[in-house]
Every structure is written in structure tokens, then in C-alpha cells.
Design a protein around this ligand. Structure first.
Ligand code: HEC
Ligand SMILES: [Cu+2]
Length: 356
């Protein structure tokens, strides 16, 4: 036994590593909606069937090894031959067929059900019946467009709870993949076609998960792939309606001298050529090469990964490369002094829906 101490201590480390899993905002094992529930159920069902097969086969295997070992039955014994035994042949053909049927029926039914996006394609669809969100994945950030409300946001997906939310997904540069581990996915975002699916966000379990769910890019897309995160904020249907109204009536004015200075710098320093600062920027495509910053003041993270405090926002403006290698903002604007970054921060943190 002690011969294997290395292996055993390695295995002892496994629980330690796995103890990091299972966070409700990030785990497929803590499903938080209809789609995640069904995917979880299929995972459990198929695992269970596999475990039963492995256990039964192992028991028979070891029984035979022990029972018919040479030391026990003697050198020249030949056990009873069962070749061509009809009963056995039928048994071990029928059992796998039954197991496959048990597995296939729910898999096919759920696959068809989860692929049903017909409500989003209906003519005269209303947002109240089937809310549609267009997702666009970019190196290394996410854009969410609400076509019914003429709203574009980035990095944070706002969704109503307890209803199906339909997604149109594509990518603007390379292939990415959209994944909210506790709610569902993954689904590829491609450059040459749109994928569609729906998700639901359970209100009760959303509350338990905390302020937001984590979303991830699940397709290796470049050096900052692992940092291509987004957050999902589920709101009650009423709160969601309020949010769309706030965003529709979005109007920003800088609150103080420093913020006004920041606003001017934002134009002077070339930032505005990439970033929109209104949820319905009329420059449309040109303003969609970078995250829409209209609600930057409400984001919990900067660039999707660092807490959006002053220090981190300034660090991002000073040298985005040090935070996200290979990102598309590095080197596209003139160098900023400390005072300029203070002003820009003051301006950016004031960008909020509902700010007047
Ligand atoms: C060439 C286009 C371009 C220019 C010019 C540019 N940015 Fe960016 N910016 C981006 C891109 C692309 C990202 C997303 C990077 C990522 O997350 O991979 C970004 C991200 C950001 C973020 C983080 C957004 C978020 O939601 O977390 C802030 C803040 C920001 N830029 C501010 C500025 C400021 C201020 C300027 C001007 C000094 C500026 N940007 C100039 C393209 C640009
Ligand atoms: Cu990616």
C-alpha cells in the first residue's frame, strides 16, 4: 500500500482542487433556470447509466477472475462452454438496447425542445412575448443589443427573470462561444452565420447566486481568451421594463468640472472614435468596434475582469496591454497624463442610465 503513497497523496489533493467548484454564479452543477435544469438532468441520467454499467461489468469481471482462477479450479479444468447460448446472447444484446432507449428518449425530446426558437422568428413578434437579444462576441469583449428597444450595451447582459429570453449570436472577428455555466450554453458565435437559442433565468435561484452570474467565452480565441468574461444581471420583469425606459431616455450631462474636462478629453484623445457613450448611438456600426460605455458607471468590472474602482480603471487607461494582452485598444490613442486619467475616470464613472 505504502508503495503507492505518491499516487494516494495526489488523489488526496483532488478534493482540495475541486472545492473551488460549485459556486452558484459559475457552476453547471448549480443550475439556475429551465435550460440548465434540463442539461443537468441529462448529465445526471447519462452518468448514472454509465456508472451502473461499469459497476455491474466490474463485479462480473472480478467474480470470474476469483472464481475461476487456476489455483482454485486446477491446471486442466475447462469451464462449461456457453458459446451460442441463446439466453445469454439475447440478454446481453437486450440490456444495452434498453439502456440506450432510456438515454435516447429524453435526449432527443430535450434537444428538440431546447432548439425551438420559433417564437423569436414569428412575424409581428412583440418583446413582451419573446424578448430577443442580439449577442456579438469580439476580441475580447461582448456586446448585447436589444433590437425591440433600440438599446446597445456591453460587458453586462441585463435580462428579465422567469421567461424565455431568445438569443441571436454571432462574432465580429473570430469564433467565440457564449456560455453562462449556471444558466446554459455553450453555443458557438460564428462570423459567417447566426446561431439561435433561448435561456431562462429563475428568479429565486438568481437571488441565491448573488448579484450576477458569470458568463464566459468557451472557445479559445487568442491570448486574452481566459479574460473574456461578461456578467449577467437578472431583473424582475418590472425592473427590466424600468431599465429599458431609463436606457431609452438616456441623457448624460457631466456633473462637475472634472467630469466635464474628462468629457472633452474623451473626444480629444480619440476615445469617441471607437466608443459610443449612448445606448442608441446613431453612428451605429462605427460605434460598435468597442464596448458601449453608456452604462459604464454601473458596471462592476472594468474590461470584464478587474473591479471597476479608480485604481483599476486608470491602470486600464494607462496600459490596457498589461491587463488584457492582445486587446484592440492598446496603442490606438495618445498617451495620457495622470491628471487626464483622473478626469477621464470622473467622466466615465458618471455614465449611467438614469443620470440626468
Ligand atoms: C481603437 C479603438 C479604441 C480607442 C481609440 C479607445 N478604445 Fe477603449 N476599448 C476598445 C476596445 C476594443 C475595448 C475592449 C477591450 C477588451 O476588453 O478586450 C476597450 C475597452 C475600454 C474600457 C473598458 C470598458 C468596459 O466596459 O469595461 C474603457 C473604460 C475604455 N476602453 C476607455 C477608453 C478611453 C478613455 C479611451 C480614450 C483615451 C479609449 N478607450 C480609446 C477600443 C478603443
Ligand atoms: Cu473568445
Amino acid at each position: 500500500m505504502l508503495k503507492h503513497w505518491r499516487l494516494i497523496s495526489l488523489l488526496a489533493l483532488v478534493p482540495l482542487v475541486l472545492s473551488g467548484c460549485g459556486k452558484p454564479f459559475l457552476s453547471t452543477l448549480k443550475p439556475a433556470g429551465e435550460v440548465a435544469d434540463k442539461q443537468y438532468y441529462l448529465t445526471v441520467l447519462s452518468t448514472l447509466i454509465m456508472v451502473i454499467v461499469v459497476v455491474v461489468v466490474s463485479i462480473i469481471f472480478f467474480y470470474v477472475i476469483v472464481r475461476f482462477r487456476r489455483a482454485r479450479v486446477g491446471e486442466n479444468t475447462i469451464p462449461k462452454q456457453v458459446e451460442g447460448n441463446r439466453f445469454l446472447e439475447i440478454t446481453w444484446t437486450v440490456i444495452p438496447i434498453v439502456l440506450l432507449i432510456v438515454l435516447v428518449i429524453p435526449v432527443v425530446l430535450y434537444t428538440l425542445e431546447l432548439a425551438d426558437t420559433s417564437p423569436m422568428d414569428k412575424k409581428n413578434r412583440k418583446a413582451e412575448d419573446a424578448l430577443v437579444v442580439n449577442v456579438r462576441a469580439n476580441l475580447y469583449w461582448w456586446e448585447f443589443e436589444y433590437p425591440d428597444y433600440d438599446i446597445v450595451t456591453s460587458q453586462e447582459l441585463i435580462v428579465p427573470t422567469d421567461q424565455r429570453v431568445y438569443f441571436n449570436l454571432k462574432a465580429s472577428d473570430v469564433k467565440h462561444s457564449f456560455w453562462i455555466p449556471s444558466v446554459g450554453g455553450k453555443i458557438d458565435t460564428n462570423t459567417d452565420n447566426e446561431n439561435k437559442f433561448f435561456l431562462t433565468f429563475d428568479s429565486k435561484r438568481s437571488k441565491e447566486a448573488g448579484e450576477y452570474f458569470f458568463g464566459k467565452c468557451a472557445e479559445l480565441c487568442g491570448p486574452s481568451h481566459a479574460l473574456m468574461d461578461f456578467k449577467v444581471k437578472p431583473l424582475s420583469a418590472d425592473d427590466f421594463q424600468d431599465w429599458t425606459k431609463e436606457m431609452k431616455n438616456y441623457k448624460h450631462t457631466s456633473e462637475n468640472e472634472l467630469a466635464t474636462q474628462g468629457e472633452e478629453l474623451f473626444e480629444e484623445k480619440n476615445c469617441l472614435s471607437c466608443h459610443a457613450v449612448e445606448p442608441n448611438d446613431k453612428r451605429a456600426e462605427a460605434a460598435r468596434t468597442a464596448p458601449n460605455l453608456a452604462s459604464f458607471g454601473e458596471r462592476s468590472k472594468v474590461a470584464g475582469v478587474k473591479d471597476a474602482n479608480k485604481e483599476n480603471v486608470k491602470a486600464w487607461l494607462k496600459d490596457p496591454e498589461s491587463i488584457k494582452p492582445g486587446n484592440k485598444m492598446t496603442g490606438t490613442y495618445p498617451e495620457l497624463s495622470d491628471a487626464e486619467m483622473d478626469a477621464l475616470y470622473e467622466y466615465l464613472k458618471g455614465l449611467k442610465a438614469g443620470s440626468k
